[in-house]
Design a protein around this ligand. Structure first.
Ligand code: SAM
Length: 264
């Protein structure tokens, strides 16, 4: 991968692109008048993709895959529904309340983190873990600068703490009962074909089944609940000891482990 800018960048964009190249220990290439396709031919280390830094944020471009960039996508619609007094399947499954501390163990493009951040409000906190350094950087930068027309959504984005980490290592280092909710949304063992918002991240996502060890650490770290989103037919809820709470006809289901039940 190489890092470059959009055409005719100002000094701020160049500095940002250089900083990201240093973060990824890869080449910063001046854009000049080159096309992205031209740059991919020119630099051997650009064969697997180019990270482009522009005024609109970061965009990762590679052959044979849709461009990858931050967008709140369905999170905006879900938050608008919450603002109007409606419900959200994840918020309900998690039992997320104002002031809760949430650990999202599979940040992906950060949609669920954003909905949870809105739900737990300014006294709450969401930490979003992502194993892929590229996805982490795109979401970290997006959450820090993307502007919607809704100021409270922008504030909910800025409140999310993003961490590039494997969730098992991160959970193992957490003290007992240190967060309210731990959430897992691993890549489904049975892919949902209609989930087009996940298509651009597929090439970069860590795609391994959730482990019993990670769930054990999550139970230890959570005060209230551990939540898993999975395909309803995957068998993962039964394998990992989650109680199903909802699927309402859709392919997506939620399972929970209630920590109080656990300790009683
Ligand atoms: C299905 S996506 C999550 C989508 C996300 N809930 C959203 O709303 O955009 C799963 C993400 O979890 C990440 N992931 C998988 N295993 C992980 C692990 N062990 N630690 C941290 N992240 C992981 C993948 O790289 C991928 O980006």
């Amino acid at each position: 991968m190489i890092v470059t800018t959009t055409e005719r960048p100002d000094g701020r964009l160049v500095a940002r692109a250089r900083r990201l190249a240093a973060e990824f220990s890869c080449r910063y290439a001046e854009r000049r008048r080159d096309t992205l396709a031209g740059m991919r031919r020119k630099y051997a280390d650009a064969a697997d993709g180019v990270l482009v830094v522009g005024n609109e944020g970061l965009r990762f471009v590679a052959d044979g895959a849709p461009p990858l960039f931050y967008h709140p996508s369905m999170a905006l619609i879900r938050i608008k529904r919450l603002r109007e007094g409606g419900g959200d399947a994840l918020v309900e499954a998690a039992g997320a309340k104002e002031g809760d501390r949430v650990l999202d163990c599979t940040a992906g493009l950060g949609s669920d983190s954003l909905v949870l951040s809105y739900a737990v409000g300014e006294r709450g906190r969401v930490t979003a873990l992502e194993a892929s350094p590229l996805l982490h950087a795109i979401v970290r930068e997006g959450l820090s600068e993307y502007e919607t027309e809704l100021p409270d959504v922008n504030v909910a984005m800025r409140r999310i703490e993003t961490v590039c980490a494997d969730h098992f290592s991160y959970l193992s280092a957490l003290p007992d009962n240190s967060v309210d909710i731990v959430y897992f949304d691993p890549m489904f063992t049975i892919p949902v074909l209609s989930s087009s918002s996940l298509e651009p991240l597929r090439a970069h996502a860590k795609d391994e089944p959730l482990t019993e060890e990670a769930v054990r650490e999550a139970r230890r770290a959570a005060r209230k609940r551990v939540v898993l989103k999975e395909h309803r037919g995957s068998g993962q809820f039964e394998r990992l000891g989650f109680r199903r709470v909802r699927h309402s006809g859709s392919a997506v289901a939620y399972g929970v482990i209630d920590i109080h039940d656990d300790n009683d």
